[in-house]
Design a protein around this ligand. Structure first.
Ligand code: NAP
Length: 250
């Protein structure tokens, strides 16, 4: 009976704009329950299915506790499936690392690596033993796998997500009903992050030309296209069998 069907719950970070926003729009269109987490609410989105939590993921402790307690209060029977999509990410000033302010480096790693780790820990702890599919996406990048000068902290955070996924996949595979984890590169997407890469000072970040070329040759996905690819990957029956993946391999 449709009226008694349980919804899927997805928690999406960084849904105020860019890829995360498009993911949130597509999940709401499917009738999913959604929690979004970022410093600003997702522009133009409102629905009884949507809860937005304002949080600065550079300081993820409070929102990780909030996520744990909220999930624990819902209980194991509330949802048909639960997903955590750690999408928020940030690039520090694009320059050789010795030229970048310490606070900027710290922010890139806190938002890009520490926050996904803490939210994932809270999610796994709160939903352990739930008799439903539990999936975690860590939105990574090709730059976690191919180093690029001028963005060392971003490369390090994304490589960290990849190895976090490998280790977590081993832990969860050892548990009955363990969660499935994938660190997923989403392709190259026409968002504010690309504007930042293209707009960087070429004397400190010559790679900016390559990003300009990606745009002029039409190689960028729209946020909507990229979101559809991420969600198609999430829905794959073999999700989690390869802990480090790329939507372009699908
Ligand atoms: P974006 O347009 O720059 O959006 C970043 C999102 O992260 C925003 O919603 C922002 O929300 C949130 N965020 C940033 N700092 C935050 C903080 N301190 N606390 C809370 N939320 C914060 O980025 P995007 O291009 O959509 O990227 C999404 C993900 O894909 C990122 O992980 C990125 O590394 C990855 N990725 C992107 C590309 C690409 O070509 N764009 C390629 C590979 C991987 P608020 O500012 O409202 O807080």
């Amino acid at each position: 009976m449709l009226g008694t069907m349980k919804p899927t719950l997805s928690v999406v970070t960084g849904a105020s704009r860019g890829l995360g926003h498009a993911v949130a729009v597509q999940l709401l269109a499917r009738g999913e329950r959604l929690i979004t987490v970022s410093r600003r609410a997702p522009a133009g989105l409102s629905s009884p299915q949507l809860l937005h939590w304002d949080a600065d993921l550079a300081d993820a402790g409070a929102v990780a506790r909030r996520l744990h307690d909220w999930l624990a209060a819902q209980g194991p029977q509330a949802f048909a499936a639960v997903n955590l999509i750690n999408n928020a990410g940030v690039i520090a000033e694009l320059a050789p690392m010795g030229n970048v302010a310490d606070a900027d480096l710290t922010n890139a790693v806190r938002v890009g690596l520490e926050a996904p780790m803490r939210l994932t820990a809270a999610f796994l702890r709160a939903t352990r033993g739930w008799p439903v599919p539990r999936k975690v996406v860590l939105v990574s990048s090709g730059l976690g796998r191919r180093a690029m000068a001028g963005s060392a902290s971003y490369c390090a955070a994304k490589a960290g997500l990849d190895h976090l996924a490998r280790a977590l996949a081993l832990e969860e595979a050892a548990r009955p009903g363990g969660a499935r984890i994938v660190s997923l590169a989403p392709g190259v997407i026409d968002t504010d992050m690309q504007v930042q890469l293209r707009g960087a000072d070429r004397s400190r970040f010559p790679e900016g030309d390559r990003f300009e070329q990606l745009r002029t040759t039409g190689r960028l996905d729209s946020p909507e296209q990229a979101a559809a690819k991420v969600l198609a990957y999430l829905a794959r029956p073999d999700f989690g069998s390869t802990p480090v993946a790329d939507v372009r391999d699908a």
